[in-house]
Design a protein around this ligand. Structure first.
Ligand SMILES: Nc1ncnc2c1ncn2[C@@H]1O[C@H](COP(=O)(O)OP(=O)(O)O)[C@@H](O)[C@H]1O
Ligand SMILES: O=c1[nH]cc([C@@H]2O[C@H](COP(=O)(O)O)[C@@H](O)[C@H]2O)c(=O)[nH]1
Length: 370
């Protein structure tokens, strides 16, 4: 879905394509227009995602752009049954996390050109996180570094099966996210085919993003993150092309009580569409996920796993789904690949599978049963 161009905008774009460094006055003279008119057309071309701004860099790449949490994760794996109110022996690991960051890393590992916007602290953790993302080819030029708050941290206590017992999150740094950050990064977002945001963003920033994307050619996908953070979404979900959440998060925002069954997930997905979302994916843990496409709703079964750590499974599912949408799949097939990426992630200790690639997905495709 590309925003249509007016005839004069097309003419300006054609000249920029011929010579990406052409000046505004040159365009004005060639087309017999006032320079101010050309400037206005260039703003429109930027808003619609045809060009990237100064230097008129053309957006020819298929791209995803992720906005939201960049977090330092600590995981504590209990080796025996957890007993409350006393000390428990655990094995601890550290990794990089944050839903949007995880999705960006998975997308880059799968081969999608990916950009990222977040806020990190001016500290060792923040610097290490940016270095790591840069090294795997993610465009982190839009990330904001602040000395007002430290880089976000998340600690998860997992039981012997790898399931989450308790998660604690210091995400106060993300309160600094302003609609203005979206505005400043807008040329990058407008040039992307899919923009993905997580609800680590404050409500005002989410609203600004949803409004901005309504008039752009980029598609917008959003993940709820938690039952608490999903409440940051507006009641009217129009403008969100694809919404991801689990049944508890769907029940929280809808004020409904859908059961943890495939039918419950389907009804929740349909209810999210009724509230305005273009498409909705409602996940139901080891069962799989309901996918409400533009015309029908289907249940996509989970892929049988030998799990060691569930952290990041949902983020891998989102990334692989978006990656396949970028590659031209329709939503149901894309979600099946998403389920496979989620399973591969549950089978490793990290929040993002360190060896994830399009080849690893293909090598495991035989595990898909539907
Ligand atoms: N035990 C599991 N076995 C296989 N796949 C799983 C398992 N748990 C989760 N998944 C996959 O990950 C997806 C997201 O998981 P879910 O737990 O619903 O998300 P979240 O972590 O966001 O609550 C599921 O739809 C499923 O495809
Ligand atoms: O409020 C939040 N909690 C947790 C996360 C991130 O969510 C990921 C784990 O998600 P899940 O357990 O749903 O797969 C972790 O990387 C963690 O940093 C986040 O971004 N925001």
């Amino acid at each position: 879905m590309t925003q249509p161009l007016a005839p004069q905008e097309s003419a300006v774009l054609a000249l920029i394509r011929e010579n990406p460094f052409v000046g505004q006055q040159e365009i004005a003279t060639a087309l017999g227009l006032a320079r101010s008119t050309v400037a206005a057309h260039i703003v429109q071309l930027m808003n619609k995602g045809y060009i990237l701004g100064r230097g008129y860099v053309l957006s020819s790449e298929v791209r995803a752009f992720c906005i939201g949490g960049a977090v330092l994760d600590r995981k504590y794996h209990a080796r025996t049954k957890i007993v409350l109110e006393t000390s428990n022996p655990v094995e601890s690991t550290r990794s990089l996390g944050g839903v949007a960051r995880n999705v960006a890393e998975n997308l880059a590992r799968l081969g999608s050109a990916t950009g990222f916007l977040s806020i990190v602290g001016d500290d060792d953790g923040g610097q290490a996180l940016l270095k790591y993302m840069r090294e795997i080819g993610i465009d982190v030029s839009q990330v904001v570094t602040t000395n007002e708050r430290p880089t976000a941290e998340y600690a998860a206590i997992l039981d012997a099966e790898g399931d989450l017992v308790l998660g604690i999150a210091d995400m106060n740094i993300f309160d600094l996210f302003q609609p203005d950050h979206i505005e400043r990064a807008w040329p990058h977002l407008a040039a992307s085919n899919w923009v993905f945001a997580d609800c680590n963003l404050p409500a005002e920033a989410l609203l600004a993003l949803i409004d901005r994307c309504k008039n752009a050619s980029s598609h917008l996908a959003i993940d709820a993150v938690s039952t608490h953070k999903v409440m940051r979404l507006p009641k009217d979900l129009n403008g969100i092309d694809l919404l991801f959440m689990n049944i508890d998060e769907a029940n929280a925002i809808l004020g409904q009580t859908h059961p943890h069954t495939s039918e419950g997930a389907k009804q929740a997905a349909l209810a999210l569409q009724k509230a305005g979302a273009g498409m909705a994916v409602v996940s139901a843990g080891a069962q799989g996920m309901a996918v409400a496409g533009r015309k029908t709703v289907e249940f996509v079964s989970a892929v049988r796993a030998v799990p060691v750590d569930m952290t990041g499974a949902g983020d891998a599912m989102i990334a692989a789904t978006l990656h396949r949408l970028l590659e031209g799949d329709e939503i149901f097939d894309a979600a099946r690949t998403g389920a496979l990426a989620a399973t591969l992630t549950t089978e490793c200790n990290a929040s993002v599978h360190p060896d994830l690639s399009a080849e690893l997905i293909e090598a495991n495709r035989h595990r898909l049963t539907n």
